[in-house]
Ligand binder design. Structure first.
Ligand SMILES: [Zn+2]
Length: 133
């Protein structure tokens, strides 16, 4: 293929290991949280990050690193999921990992060059129990 992929971790991200596989925690930044509020205001108060098997990569077009908001943006744009489904799904632990999927940049709408996989069973980092508010 020869596609060059710039992967990166932001300073607030963490690298972990899950069943011998590297897992990356993408922290939700203040700036991302502000943009996420447009889509899912109720989640931004309690979600602080997401776990994936991939590091963030830069958009080939605008250079924005991948963020959780790109998954939300892509799901809504393609009408794969409604907001209600996304919120319910976020709160469910993942027993198995869904197949990796491609997402589009929420800033310039270009598809990121690699497919991303959610970490099994540990997809989200909650600041408090998502079912109590
Ligand atoms: Zn972009």
């Amino acid at each position: 293929m020869g596609t060059k992929v710039d992967s990166l971790l932001l300073p607030q991200d963490e690298t972990l290991s899950l069943e011998g596989k590297p897992v990356y925690m993408w922290a939700i930044t203040q700036d991302e949280e502000e943009r996420l509020k447009k889509y899912i205001p109720e989640i931004t108060k309690i979600l602080s990050g997401t776990y994936l098997y991939n590091q963030r990569v830069k958009c080939n077009n605008c250079k924005k690193p991948t963020e959780f908001i790109d998954f939300v943006y892509t799901a809504l744009k393609s009408k794969i999921h409604t907001i209600d489904f996304i919120i319910a799904d976020l709160k469910k632990p993942k027993a198995s990992s869904p197949p990796p999927h491609y997402v589009d940049c929420s800033k310039c709408h270009t598809q990121y060059p690699i497919a991303f996989g959610w970490a099994t069973g540990h997809s989200f980092v909650w600041q408090k129990d998502p079912d109590t508010d």
